[in-house]
Ligand binder design. Sequence first.
Ligand code: CTP
Ligand code: MG
Length: 230
Amino acid sequence: EEFIAVVPAAGIGSRMAADRPKQYLHIEGKTILEHTVDRLLDLPEITRVVIAISADDPYFSQLTLATDPRITVVNGGAERADSVFAGLAAINNDNAWVLVHDAARPCVRRADLRALITSAVNSDCGAILAAPVRDTMKRGHQQSAQAHISHTVERDNLWHALTPQMFRAGQLRQSLTTALAQGATITDEASALEFCGYTPLLVAGRSDNFKVTQPEDLALAAFYLQLLIK
Ligand code: CTP
Ligand code: MG
């Protein structure tokens, strides 16, 4: 089997509101993107990483990653799904397993990657890392410019979708094509497969594999990365 990581890294990081896209902020001596790619290449079975970057990205070429023979760079698109699609276009083996992993999740652990790979290769159509929801969940509604509780959402069997999300390259490409052509809202890879009637597996992963999104997330990522790097 061939295992290829696809890393969407073409976002602008509007919620982080830093002087550059968040994947290029430095934590513990390296950019977030470099940490993320290092985590993936830490697994010997992952032999290649396809990174989707913005067409006018001035940062990537400065990194030592740019000359790593295991890395392929492609231009991403306007939405995350477009960037993933561009990454898939660089993979010609439809049978390859792709692990799509957000550039902004540098704290993913080897054990979770291994658990995902083991589950996915033994599944019908693939698997994603996910974390069971801990908090009581409320459905809200807006009323007089305030949010009111409408009701409590049953928490059993509710999960946070994380990444990596792992599918066969051809099946993911086909599902994204179908879902996007029919105007489905696609916020992760699994939703494209769901749209096409597949039922990917949920693999319980650690909640420290969170997506660095807002300024206060940087200190938390630094804390987890210190634990990981030793
Ligand atoms: N991403 C991408 N192409 C896009 C949008 C997002 O490759 N057009 C990537 C981001 O770089 C990130 C991942 O998808 O690694 C998850 O997206 P998100 O956390 O939303 O990042 P941004 O879109 O950059 O942040 P924001 O939504 O706050 O602007
Ligand atoms: Mg975004």
